[in-house]
Design a protein around this ligand. Structure first.
Ligand SMILES: [Zn+2]
Length: 134
């Protein structure tokens, strides 16, 4: 059993520019590419999201779960995914990408909701808007 990132709807919307283009529970990886000039809150979103292993699409909220899989199996799935960029990914590049993603997930706690801010992964802390109180 290893820790992997999966998408969650929990916490979606607590930041105004949240998005989720992946299926609930889809395994997520760090993005393989980012634009060079982006910031976490820009229109692009590549610096505040993780990418779905199958879909290659992004989401801004995620959790860590224990899953009965392996680094090898996940690498095979990245190489085999029906994504437009898959033909350009070598096994070695995919392996390094999966290893980096699993290394980050391994340091995080199961059952918490996380978000990404550039190079940092943070716990998504529930927020309360004052307008919702009255
Ligand atoms: Zn970007």
């Amino acid at each position: 059993m290893i820790k992997v990132f999966i998408s969650t709807q929990a916490g979606q919307g607590s930041r105004a520019h949240d998005f989720c283009w992946v299926k609930p529970g889809e395994i997520l990886m760090l993005p393989m590419g980012e634009c060079s000039a982006g910031k976490p809150d820009d229109r692009c979103g590549c610096k505040r999201s993780l990418d779905g292993l199958e879909s290659g699409k992004g989401t801004t909220t995620f959790e860590v779960v224990l899953m009965d899989t392996s680094e090898e199996e996940l690498t095979q799935r990245v190489v085999a995914r029906p994504s437009s960029i898959a033909p350009f990914i070598s096994f070695n590049l995919a392996a390094r990408h999966v290893r980096d993603s699993l290394r980050v997930a391994a340091q995080l706690d199961i059952g918490k909701v996380y978000e990404r801010r550039g190079l940092r992964v943070l716990e998504r802390v529930p927020t309360m808007r004052l307008a919702d109180v009255s």
